[in-house]
Design a protein around this ligand. Structure first.
Ligand code: G4P
Length: 524
């Protein structure tokens, strides 16, 4: 028999939406929140050009650019499930934050623009999901516009991303001639631009519809039937197991803007998306979501959610058990125990006080500087640490200093805290002790600069340096001072590990030829 807690846990669906900018992630999120009753008007999450901004937009820089710098969390109930959507910035200058957010989900929804197919950023984010083996569901968007051939898009998924695809539905026409979708899974046709009551027509045993109407007389309908036949015979088989392992992606077609196919997607998705998954610990044990004791890990720290309060919030993914406000928790890294009285959940248009939350949920804990990215917190007596969150190899570097030398103290405090939050990576040159910051995306620097000014009252000088490739060293003992030079700068990372920053691929190869004894490696 399942207990109430187990039922609660099983009802959780925690996912992120990944896409290249402009594929329609925000639009789809709005529709999902709308179905979930979390917003009344599907158009309030972000109004790029209208100046309306969501509560998740927390910095001026975001407003200027109309993008979401930080990932936020949105929660709603639907069909007996509690859905947690973790937003990931879609901008191309995305950061490590995006990657880390993917560590806190159990599945991902990949949104693709039907006219563009797989784009660069979709691919990067997909690879991170792949690495974790999490199930990926695909929504091919903008069918109301002329796009690429559906079969070509499926081929793209399989060839470019290397994942098998199973179309759950199939478009009938496209663009101006978009008539609807042939829903293989629900065995019905969903008509585009039709009144709600006429929208669905069930399929008969032959996989066609009995009624004749304007659509069935078109060549698009015949074409869709032909394509379906082909998919039935030559396509992949539907397999829940393969979906669960992240080897097969169910594909849905639709048009988020016109709110077509999104609800069908949501309902089918909730049926197949996994509930909270177990996590590994560094002690090589597995923590099951239904384990009695509460546990979780910090995957993100965000300062200044509310500029009036200067607060920091540590986002915690609950891995097991139940969180109750006022409970005592222990942080594994410091061994300190404390009572958590201030916690928050993330409803779409407001932040609410969290009294209870269970495995799968995300809670925000008010932080006065106690938490670091990757920290494990536990409610019970057992001591363990969840597997480390991956660190990503930065590709951009700046040398940073304070404009006003009198502001050194604030400067260092600001850097310390922002590095601790995971906003930016920190390196120090070996002899000159210059501070070098590394980032995955340019935007991280802009956010850094902005926050140093607003939160720590320090103007910084940032000089781009040529180095683009960071490599860690397996056998640090073979490193000699003479190996460092303008093309291969030797630095320490924030943990004191030695790292070479190479100017380019060529400089790195030259170095490897000259010093074959040095074993270099990159992070993710
Ligand atoms: P993103 O978060 O992935 O960056 O994409 P977003 O939802 O902001 O959508 C990017 C653009 O694509 C928006 O237009 C949006 O209206 C449009 N769009 C989204 N879904 C569909 C769809 O199903 N069909 C069509 N035709 N367009 C779609 P925009 O003009 O750039 O911005 P806005 O003024 O509408 O905000």
């Amino acid at each position: 028999m399942t207990t109430n807690l187990e039922q609660d846990i099983l009802s959780r669906r925690t996912f992120a939406i990944i896409s290249h900018p402009d594929a329609g992630k925000t639009t789809i999120t709005e529709k999902l929140l709308y179905f979930g009753g979390a917003i009344r008007d599907a158009g309030t999450v972000k109004g790029k050009k209208t100046g309306k901004f969501a509560t998740s937009d927390w910095m001026e820089i975001e407003k200027q650019r109309g993008i979401s710098v930080t990932s936020s969390v949105m929660q709603f109930d639907y069909d007996g499930c509690r859905v947690n959507i973790l937003d990931t910035p879609g901008h191309q200058d995305f950061s490590e934050d995006t990657y880390r957010t993917l560590m806190a989900v159990d599945s991902a929804v990949m949104v693709i623009d039907a006219a563009k197919g797989i784009e660069a950023q979709t691919k990067k984010l997909f690879q991170v999901c792949r690495m974790r083996g999490i199930p990926i569901f695909t929504f091919i968007n903008k069918l109301d516009r002329q796009g690429r051939e559906p079969l070509e898009l499926i081929e793209d998924l399989e060839e470019v991303l290397g994942i098998n695809a199973y179309p759950m539905n199939w478009p009938i026409g496209m663009g101006k001639e978009f008539l609807g979708i042939y829903d293989r899974y629900n065995r019905r046709i969903e008509q585009f631009r039709t009144e709600e009551e006429d929208r669905f027509i069930p399929l008969n045993d032959e996989g066609t519809i009995d009624v004749e109407n304007d659509m069935t007389k078109t060549s698009y309908y015949t074409q869709a039937l032909d394509d379906i036949l082909l998919l039935d015979e030559a396509g992949n088989d539907f397999s829940e197991e393969a979906i669960e392992k992240g080897q097969l992606t169910p594909v849905f077609f639709g048009s988020a803007l016109t709110n077509f196919g999104v609800q069908t997607f949501l309902e089918t998705y909730l049926k197949f998306a996994p509930g909270p998954q177990p996590r590994l610990t560094e002690q090589e044990t597995i923590v099951e979501p239904t384990d009695k004791d509460f546990s979780g890990f910090v995957f993100k720290i965000q300062a200044n959610m509310n500029p009036a309060h200067r607060d920091r919030i540590a986002f915690v993914r609950i891995v097991s058990g139940k969180f109750t406000r006022g409970m005592n928790i222990t942080m594994n890294r410091t061994g300190k125990s404390f009572k958590v009285t201030q916690a928050t959940t993330f409803l779409a248009d407001d932040r609410e006080t969290a009294n209870e939350a269970v495995a799968g949920d995300i809670i925000g804990l008010y932080d006065t500087g106690n938490y670091q990215i990757g920290d494990t917190i536990v409610g019970g007596k057992k001591k363990f640490q969840f597997e480390k969150l991956p660190q990503f190899t930065p590709e951009l570097f700046v040398r940073v200093s304070a404009k006003n030398v009198m502001k050194q103290k604030h400067f260092h405090k600001g850097i310390d805290q922002l590095v601790q939050e995971g906003a930016i990576q920190y390196y120090k040159t070996l002899f000159t002790e210059d501070i070098i910051l590394g980032a995955v995306g340019q935007l991280q620097f802009e956010v850094f600069e902005n926050r140093m000014k607003n939160e720590y009252n320090v103007d910084v000088i940032m000089e781009h340096i040529g180095q683009k490739m960071a490599r860690w060293i397996r056998n640090e003992e073979v490193i000699k001072d003479s190996m460092t030079g303008p093309r291969s700068i030797l630095v320490n990372d924030r943990f004191g590990n030695k790292v070479f920053l190479f100017e380019n691929q060529f400089a790195m190869r030259w170095f490897e030829d000259k010093y074959p004894e040095v074993e270099l490696y990159s992070l993710l």
